[in-house]
Design a binder for this molecule. Structure first.
Ligand code: AG3
Length: 285
């Protein structure tokens, strides 16, 4: 293998890709964006040297970030997506027949444009859906000033370095709290827990003052190397995540669309956390 593209996330260890063809590369004004082809993973998108998404394994992340909060809520009509410029979350959200309106706030127009062009199956036409309103803005500013309320809010951010950093702050979580409807659910990508355990404890500490129920759920996403990725979960109503597997199975069946990773049993099991994560966040409520 030659001319490898090495992920720069961790200082002394990482993953490397052989780019067969670099489709796009530029400094967008917000971050460094590169999209390339790789034999194993298909088309890959990196921001500031960190793998964001690949054609081959994107479904795991996008289904778990979307269907866990959406099916737990059960009747989400209004959804807010922060980040997610590749359109993968939007595509999954729109599969839910309950959805009437989606607002997506992405800071970087270039990510949307280049992903529509080079990763078209991520959005699969979702940006053209009449239920969707795209806002190019900073996520923290948007939630701080927003007067609307949403049933589900999904934060599909980069790691807390560069433009993604503000999406892990108390200010952002306070904004999310203020625009989450009654019985609403907030979820956020929260890093690979074995490698980024401080992210789990920091998020827990910052979410706790704003929400009655704060926890994490997990899934292993192959190209987010280092073990399981944790997703933060926050809501004011602890009952929302107590939904049992059978009830979930009925709801998912009624929704009438197919998934490739998500199912009711995976949903329920994803809230089981390894002991080192439980110990790090203290007693779970
Ligand atoms: N955003 C999350 C990428 C996180 C990578 N971090 C890591 N491996 N620790 C993905 C955007 C997909 N829509």
């Amino acid at each position: 293998m030659k001319n490898l593209l090495v992920e720069s996330l961790y200082p002394s260890w990482g993953q490397a890709y052989q780019p067969d063809d670099v489709l796009f590369e530029s400094q967008t004004g917000h971050q460094h964006l590169v999209i390339f082809k790789n034999q194993q993973w298909g088309t890959v998108m990196m921001l500031d040297g960190v793998v964001q998404t690949t054609e081959k394994d994107e479904f795991i992340y996008h289904e778990m970030m979307t269907h866990v909060p959406m099916f737990s809520h059960g009747q989400a009509k209004r959804v807010l997506i922060i980040g997610g410029g590749d359109g993968g979350i939007l595509r999954e959200v729109l599969k839910h027949p309950t959805v009437e309106h989606v607002t997506q706030v992405e800071i970087d127009q270039a990510v949307i444009d280049m992903c529509v062009q080079y990763l078209p199956n991520h959005s699969a036409g979702a940006f053209d859906d009449p239920r969707v309103n795209i806002v190019i803005d900073d996520g923290v500013d948007f939630v701080s000033e927003c007067v609307e309320q949403f049933d589900v809010i999904i934060s599909d951010s980069t790691d807390p370095i560069g433009p993604g950093e503000s999406l892990f702050t108390s200010k952002f979580y306070q904004g999310v709290q203020s625009c989450l409807a009654e019985n609403g659910v907030f979820v956020a990508q929260n890093g690979v827990s074995f490698m980024q355990l401080d992210e789990v404890t920091t998020t827990q500490q910052r979410l706790k003052p704003c929400f009655n129920d704060v926890t994490f759920y997990a899934a292993a996403v192959p190209t987010y190397v280092g073990g399981i990725m944790t997703f933060a979960w926050a809501s004011q109503n602890p009952e929302i995540r107590q939904i049992d597997v059978e009830a979930l199975a009925t709801i998912t069946e009624q929704a009438g669309f197919k998934t490739r990773y998500y199912n009711a049993a995976v949903h329920a099991a994803s809230f089981a956390l390894p002991q080192y994560v439980i110990d790090a966040i203290g007693e779970l409520s």
